[in-house]
Design a protein around this ligand. Sequence first.
Ligand code: LCV
Length: 259
Amino acid sequence: MSLTLKDQRDTIGTITLNHQEKRNALSSQLIDEVMAALKDFVDAGARVVVLRAAPGVKVWSAGHDVEELPLSNRDPLGWDDPLRRLVRAIEETPMPVIAMIEGSVWGGACEVAMACDIVVACEASTFAITPAKLGVPYNLTGLMTFMNAVHLHIVKEMAFTAQPIAARRAEQLGIVNRVVPAEELEATSYGLAAQIAQNAPLSIAVMKEELNLLANARDLSPQTFERIQALRRVVYNSADYREGIQAFLEKRRPLFRGE
Ligand code: LCV
């Protein structure tokens, strides 16, 4: 059963997250379908892609599929994790990707939205950074995605509280490009897409890559990187990490003991 829909009108591609039963959780299957669609659009000469959920959803995406998180002894967000592959695919896709947001956006899905080039949201949308709710030690490139889109103080507030922020506040903070009433979401998103599609695709593609390269350019020594990885290993091997996932799966509040 397919978990997404794919459509192309002229040079504008659309990928619709379509697994409402699981609130569009970013399972490896759903992510593989989105990545395949992005590749198909490149091959088909699309000049812009809109990443959306079905009209009227309450949840754009509930984030990483928690059932697919390893219970311990393995980095939950390692290089080959599906979520990591999806964020890289969005960044490396030569044409702009517009996140058309309706409903709430959680955790890894919030990073996916921030990795998109433009974010258009409706007024009732919310955005939440949730690792602290699960005990997950988010990874460096994932936090960098957030830092590139969100002021550091706001990233810290969102990451440490794990509380959603409203679309209007996200717009005031520059996290979201446009916030519109739900009935204007399609017109605004596809209006931007049409403006992009009529411009020079080679120029846009190279500027997208230049901007991403500049945004992701950071000095981090191998020694520092290895120290961070060691610290993260302690976290994903902790009892709290296991408790966070178990509590989610058992639909109860977690009790974190700091060990
Ligand atoms: C698997 C799910 C999920 C889900 N995975 O509907 O950023 S990190 O580090 O945290 C990263 C690891 C990450 O992204 O973790 C996931 C973070 N996501 C969240 O914390 C949101 C978790 N989901 C929710 O809080 C609720 O599902 C929301 C508020 C999104 C929607 O609530 P609603 O009452 O509408 P349900 O909770 O009943 O969910 C419907 C079905 O989808 C499953 C959930 O287990 C349920 O399955 P069953 O019908 O089998 O009970 N589901 C929801 N989110 N992330 N499965």
